[in-house]
Design a protein around this ligand. Structure first.
Ligand code: NAD
Length: 366
């Protein structure tokens, strides 16, 4: 009997093209008895076209009931002038908000075959495997007051408020410590306690959470600016980095570029564990957008989407062996020299979306 409920929201542009490869993979796994129950819905511009909303209530209900949501990408020039509240991105923001996805996981893995194409020296990035855990629902992006006020003297004042409560820091650091235990058991917490009160509290709460529940994990603290520098100097010193919404936004983009193309980068967003089942709400998505410039051409790189599904296997279904095997299949196909256009280099074989997906699935099943 199918017990693993997945909702697929492919979205717009290259979203459906990349998702098609994951659908083939799930079908192949189901033939071997994996037991995924698949449902599909609309999000973004396609949902607006169908329902006048960026996601329908019916699809929101399905998302809340699913064990995990796989999300493609949303947006495109076709919807540039739709009303703000129903713009394509509003569908993703609604999912994050209603599913209470407070922990954003962004791995930066450098596949050996692509190490030479990084903007950093090969020895700096080769074999890199770090995970940035970013707080996603608090901090300066949401804190109040948030406004521009007229000072009446020809001047205006823009105000954003950086604010964190103890529970928010406890729960995000708890996620980081738990993930570290499944990796190299090392967490680096980044804040700016030298100039920010929220940084002082962040540091105190991470330290206390560590002492109370996770003393077996190695913990370091680093100022976020120094952390940015260390990320490009010697990123392999890190295992799991935990940081707030603002610093996480920037540091995860820095880490992403260590590894090359946008078409390679997966992500996961997790909520709190359910009191009864212990399962976390979860949404998995590639970091890239809908890439309207290449949509419909069959050349999109499906690896970010497939690697997002690998994260789903690992974090939502504890299918660690399968996740490892899928990530190894991606690495093996790259080793064989297959490349989509975005990661193509001299002497390699250029393939389209479908051929890349097929090759990864074949390696995975072999
Ligand atoms: P983008 O990520 O869609 O594309 C940036 C560049 O990277 C483009 O040249 C694109 O062709 C290339 N690219 C991206 N993914 C690729 C892949 N898998 N394979 C090969 N090449 C790839 O960002 P953008 O151009 O700034 O935005 C396009 C649309 O996507 C906009 O409407 C934007 O709002 C939306 N967007 C959505 C999300 C999301 O759904 N989470 C994220 C970012 C942007």
């Amino acid at each position: 009997m199918a017990t693993k409920k997945l909702l697929l929201l492919a979205g717009d542009g290259i979203g459906p093209e990349a998702m098609a490869e994951v659908k083939k993979l799930i079908a192949a796994m189901n033939e071997k008895g994996a037991g995924f129950a698949i449902d599909e819905g609309l999000v973004g511009g396609c949902a607006y076209d169908a329902h006048g909303q960026a996601i329908s209530e019916e699809d929101m209900t399905k998302a809340l009931a699913a064990d995990a949501v796989l999300f493609g990408a949303v947006g495109g020039p076709k919807w540039d002038s739709v009303p703000y509240e129903v713009r394509p991105e509003a569908g993703l923001l609604r999912l994050r908000k209603d599913m209470e996805l407070f922990a954003n996981l962004r791995p930066a893995i450098c596949y050996p075959a692509l190490a030479a194409s990084s903007s950093l020296k090969q020895e700096v990035v080769e074999g890199l495997d770090i995970l940035i855990v970013r707080e996603l629902t608090g901090g300066v992006y949401f804190g109040e007051p948030k406004q521009i006020i007229d000072l009446g003297n020809g001047q205006k004042r823009g105000i954003d408020t950086q604010v964190y409560d103890t529970f928010e820091i406890e729960r995000i650091s708890g996620v980081a410590f738990e993930l570290a235990r499944t990796r190299k058991n090392h967490v680096t917490s980044m804040e700016k306690r030298n100039v920010m009160k929220s940084g002082v509290l962040w540091n105190e709460v991470v330290t206390a959470t560590h002492k109370a529940k996770y003393a077996d994990v190695k913990l370091d603290h680093m100022l976020a600016d120094a952390g940015g520098m260390q990320l490009v100097r010697w990123p392999k010193q890190f295992d799991v980095i935990v940081t707030d919404n603002l610093f996480g936004d920037m540091l995860s983009d820095v880490a992403a570029m260590l590894t090359g193309s946008l078409g390679m980068l997966p992500s996961a967003s997790l909520g709190a564990p359910d009191a009864k089942t212990g399962k976390r709400k979860a949404l998995y998505e590639p970091v890239h957008g809908s890439a309207p410039d290449i949509a419909g051409k069959g050349i999109a790189n499906p690896i970010a989407m497939i690697a997002s599904f690998a994260m789903c296997l690992r974090y939502s279904f504890s299918m660690v062996a399968e996740a490892d095997r899928l990530e190894a299949a991606i690495a093996a196909v790259l080793d064989d020299g297959l490349r989509t256009k975005d990661i193509m280099s001299e002497g390699k074989t250029e393939v389209g979306t479908t051929a890349m997906g097929d090759a990864i699935i074949a390696k995975f099943l072999a």
